[in-house]
Design a protein around this ligand. Sequence first.
Ligand code: ADP
Length: 154
Amino acid sequence: MAKRIAIFPGSFDPFTKGHYDIVNRGLKIFDEIIVAIGYNSKKQNRYFEIDMMVSKLKETFENEPRVSIIVYNKLTSNLAKDLGAGFLLRGLRNTTDFEYENSISQVNKYLNEELESVFLITAPQYAAISSTIIREVHRFSGNVDEFLPYKIEK
Ligand code: ADP
């Protein structure tokens, strides 16, 4: 049987414990997960450097050979074709996520009919964690360690 390869695409600015939980649970479903850090057209200016995020993630998953980290700047549906990935993994926290994910998954299906989006419902302990809130806390020198699966400089 062909390998079940999933892409977990996102801005990951920063990658949080909520994202980490989705990857770990995704590993029960997929043979390989590619965490793909993309440039979201609405979020051009990152807060956390993309290179820093890549190295933190490589460190975080260094003992998990089934997870790899890449940066991309193209349509996610085309990235999936290029990498031979049949699945898109996404997390759902609430109805706002649902509305957004629903529309992008329809578009992705239209662009690449072979691609199946798979959604995992966030574990309750991570449901309130968002990259946006973490950026705000960090900006005002708050401690964000509790929300991240790695340590970052203050
Ligand atoms: P994007 O800019 O593409 O929305 P994000 O980095 O914000 O990228 O999120 C990537 C994916 O992770 C999305 O599917 C999002 O719903 C999901 N996600 C974000 N925060 C959490 C969380 N706390 N728990 C589970 N999934 C999450």
